[in-house]
Design a protein around this ligand. Structure first.
Ligand SMILES: [Zn+2]
Length: 244
């Protein structure tokens, strides 16, 4: 017997309110931008939380990190508008491997209790070979935050709230393949708003690669952003989680 016969995987396509966390401006667009666009077109409320200010995201030593952060905040607002995201939250933590999991986890719990989403999203912290510590830290903080947010004695911020599911993007173990073709053009329009990060050549390369990758996940070949969706109960003492 599989654990999903006892506790089925939650259905992301029915989400009404999604709280999506990203370590830096542009991560969500790369991993889950078309899905966010499709969900918001279908009437879901999407709130995008950017954990760090992205201030390290430049190769230009003459640019101050505070300037980079300001540019990236503007780009993120533009991009979110393209995707139909209703609200953008910036936690403004320092970029470049300086955030700690317990501190981010507190913020995650507070935001889950404030917005009371049915789904939460984050980069998969268990992506093999992910070298960027901010991605691993945010993913872990969100996974723990999803687990802890219903417990009244854990964390002081807000009324306890249980989400239905967590959807990890940029995952190597996907189990959910929504057809997000109708959001595909918007995904790359949104990515183009991040001018400080992507020139025309990089954008074109990204579009080529991500589109081919998106079609390769399923036999049918529709455009998808493969996700690992789990319910909170799947996230603890579960030896089968990797295969669900
Ligand atoms: Zn990132």
């Amino acid at each position: 017997m599989s654990i999903t016969e006892l506790v089925p995987l939650p259905d992301l396509s029915r989400a009404r309110r999604v709280l999506c966390f990203q370590p830096h401006p542009d991560d969500a667009e790369i991993g889950v931008g078309a899905t966010l666009c499709v969900l918001s077109k279908r009437g879901a409320q999407v709130i995008l939380v950017t954990v760090t200010d992205g201030g390290m995201g430049t190769f230009d030593a003459s640019l101050e990190p505070t300037e980079v952060a300001m540019i990236r905040e503007r780009e993120q607002r533009k991009s979110a508008a393209v995707l139909g995201i209703e609200e953008v939250v910036n936690l403004g933590a320092p970029d470049g491997g300086q955030i700690s999991e317990p501190v981010v986890r507190e913020e995650v719990i507070t935001l889950i209790r404030k917005y009371r989403p049915d789904f939460v999203m984050a980069p998969d912290p268990w992506l093999p070979y992910e070298a960027h510590p901010d991605h691993r830290t945010v993913g872990l903080a969100v996974a723990a935050g999803v687990l802890f947010s219903p417990y009244p004695h854990i964390s002081s911020g807000g009324e306890p709230h249980q989400v239905q599911g967590v959807a990890f993007y940029l995952t190597a173990h996907p189990n959910t393949f929504m057809d997000v073709s109708e959001g595909w053009r918007a995904k790359f329009e949104a990515l183009a708003a991040h001018r400080s990060q992507f020139d025309e050549a990089t954008l074109s390369l990204l579009e080529h690669y991500l589109t081919a990758r998106a079609r390769a996940w399923t036999k049918e070949g529709f455009l998808t952003e493969a996700l690992k969706v789990l319910s909170p109960i799947h996230l603890h003492v579960n030896v089968d989680a990797v295969n669900l």
